[in-house]
Design a protein around this ligand. Sequence first.
Ligand SMILES: Cc1cc2nc3c(=O)[nH]c(=O)nc-3n(C[C@H](O)[C@H](O)[C@H](O)COP(=O)(O)O)c2cc1C
Length: 163
Amino acid sequence: MVSNTSFRDAMSRLGAAVNVVTTDGTGGRAGFTATAVCSVSDEPPTVLVCVHCNSQAGITLRENGLLCINVLRAGDNAVADTFAGRSGVYGNDRFGSGEWYQLSTGAPVLKSALIALDCRIFETQKVGSHCVCLARVEAIHEGHQGPALMYFQRRYSALEAAI
Ligand SMILES: Cc1cc2nc3c(=O)[nH]c(=O)nc-3n(C[C@H](O)[C@H](O)[C@H](O)COP(=O)(O)O)c2cc1C
């Protein structure tokens, strides 16, 4: 049996892009930092996001039924830390970090994001501690090109495109 700690240690070696997943609506405005984000289908454009079912952001996201995946650029470590709760800031106050606007669904879009996918959730499945949210992409924010913010071995790093 693999323990929770060994699993987390193993996953720390799976380098991943850092995103801030946001939402807004009747449940309020919320957001959290996430690496568990994945492309599912291109026809129709579909993604998945895994969020802890009991986290405040996870509850709000499911209530609103919509989300925006903001793919962070290198240098936006402070935004990532804020939305991971590492600065002791919660709920709507997290949006004091970064500049935001809205696209199609009303979920906050980060102006400095490399790319942002504005989505509507159509299915949620609970798997252990986390909820897998399947969402359809309704609009895309295209930011300036540049290095991406990655998370590897519990640290941030920058990923440059090869030339
Ligand atoms: C690099 C990084 C990646 C993370 N990825 C996820 C994730 O994919 N899913 C998740 O539920 N939490 C993830 N977290 C933890 C959440 O960002 C954190 O628990 C957040 O505070 C939840 O928001 P809440 O406090 O409003 O509930 C990650 C944290 C960090 C630092």
